[in-house]
Design a binder for this molecule. Structure first.
Ligand code: UDX
Length: 447
């Protein structure tokens, strides 16, 4: 069978990475986004966000970039997309609805509605967005009804598990490929698309629509639960005088528990875990299964309590009143190696302190522009040292490697008071204490 031509609709974190990865796997790829600015950047081989390795991959394949394979092109025309593609990956956003837990499906619905009238020959539409279970069933009927090709315009669901910061690696070498399909043609096409990673060892799992949709939401719920579990243990350690870092290491050596995702701190954020567990709860409610997921409410509230505890620790560190106190915040993104500040615990804590009257100065290696855009009233510094200069207390809130390499002795010279609170448990307490810092961390003893 000839190599299928691929389109990618929605060129954010997921779509831009997927489009570049498909070109890397050897396919001809046409990408579409409704934001012209994004297309303009991508056409020059510029990534729309910071993601390690993505720009290199784009430059390797975007048509028009010198020396590229030319396999990756972009358009804003739905007609061109319809005419070009055999397999259409839909990678648009499914954010949380304003003021509700439920997932906002309007971008997915509108992408499918724009695409379907241009499906004039047999084609496979592949949803990759994280959606409420039941969406694929609904969308399959909607596409078949609106496409000139009718039932020959098929739908598959192929959830994406990429992590920001590792998006390129996770897309090219996924630890599993899950496809929800109704028939053999869709499965066969997707086996062709993913032949290389499968040959390199990625398991290829075929399921029905609801199972494929649920794999994504249940995986994210499990990860969120693991983080909140260890953060609950941090709360108990704080009450009992234990050390959650030691505890996590010790329980993690049990293979059944595992060491990953047991890092206690100010908790999870980002564009996925928080909104996905909420949308999952909302959907379970609609299905009459809310009791099954009632534990996720607890997972969410433990997570939010850790941010509050960080604010409380800061208040104690500056003697009880935040008004007028100078606070240095190291980190603004929701995790390192990303410029993403969506639902960032770091920025949320910085914002709470600012709203309570503290003078907050933030430094982040990659997230400054995005942080400024959503929180323009915070102070921003160009370097970690500048942020710490004159500070009454320093908060370590995103675990960038750059912060691990800071020189505590040099920073002690510029801070007003050498007092640091580690909200991520990745700094070495002994090193900071040796340089005369008062060092405190979530879930750990004071000295
Ligand atoms: C997540 C899932 O990991 C990924 O599979 C899915 O496709 C999208 O959502 P991502 O949002 O990139 O990926 O971030 P992730 O690495 O999962 O971290 C999420 C949050 O949890 C971050 O804020 C991180 O700091 C926090 N975290 C992670 C902890 O607090 N402790 C840990 O041990 C691990």
């Amino acid at each position: 069978m000839a190599s299928p031509k691929i389109t990618v609709i929605g060129l954010g974190y997921l779509g831009a990475t997927h489009a570049a990865a498909m070109a890397e796997l050897g396919f001809e790829v046409l990408g579409l986004d409704v934001v012209p600015e994004k297309i303009r950047k991508l056409e020059q081989g510029v990534a729309p966000m910071f993601e390690p390795g993505l720009e290199e991959l784009l430059r390797k394949h975007v048509a028009g970039v010198e020396g590229s394979s030319g396999r990756l092109r972009f358009t804003d025309s739905w007609q061109e997309i319809g005419e070009f593609g055999d397999v259409h990956f839909v990678c648009v956003n499914t954010p949380q609805k304003h003021g509700e837990y439920a997932c906002d499906m309007s971008y997915v619905d509108s992408a499918m509605d724009s695409l379907a009238p241009h499906l004039t020959r047999p084609a496979l539409v592949v949803g990759k967005s994280t959606v409420p279970v039941g969406s694929a069933e609904r969308l399959a009927a909607r596409i078949a009804a609106a496409a000139p090709a009718g039932e020959d315009a098929e739908l598959a669901w192929n959830p994406e598990f990429l992590r920001e910061g590792f998006a390129v690696r996770d897309t090219l070498h996924p630890d599993r490929i899950v496809v929800g399909v109704r028939g053999p043609r869709a499965e066969e096409l997707l086996r062709q698309v993913y032949a290389t990673p499968v040959a390199e060892g990625s398991p290829f799992l075929v399921a029905d629509y609801p199972t494929a949709e649920l794999v994504k939401t249940s995986a994210n719920s499990f990860l969120a639960t693991k983080i909140s579990f260890i953060n609950a243990m941090a709360e108990v350690c704080e009450a009992a005088g234990g050390d959650v870092v030691k505890l996590a290491e010790a329980i993690g050596h049990d293979d059944r528990i595992g060491r990953k995702f047991l890092r206690a701190g100010i908790g999870f954020g980002g564009g996925c875990l928080p909104k996905d567990i909420r949308a999952f709860m909302a959907r379970a409610g609609e299905l009459g299964a809310s009791e099954a997921l009632s534990f996720l409410r607890e997972v969410d509230s433990i997570n939010m309590r850790r941010r509050a505890q960080m604010v409380e620790m800061t208040r104690e560190a500056v003697g009880g009143a935040l008004l007028g106190k100078r606070i240095a915040v190291l980190g603004a993104t929701f995790k390192p190696d990303s410029d993403d500040v969506r639902d960032s615990p770091a920025l949320n804590v910085a914002g709470q302190l600012h709203l309570q009257g503290a003078q907050v100065t933030v430094y982040d290696p990659k997230g400054m522009a995005n942080a400024r855009a959503i929180f323009p009233t915070l102070g921003y510094a160009d370097t970690a040292v500048d942020a710490v200069r004159g500070a009454d207390v320093v908060l370590h809130l995103t675990e960038w490697n750059e912060f691990k390499e800071l020189d505590p002795a040099a920073l002690a010279e510029v801070a007003a008071t050498p007092h640091i609170l580690d909200g991520r448990n990745t700094l070495d307490p002994a090193l900071w204490r040796k340089a005369n810092w008062t060092f405190r961390a979530l879930g750990r003893p004071t000295a």
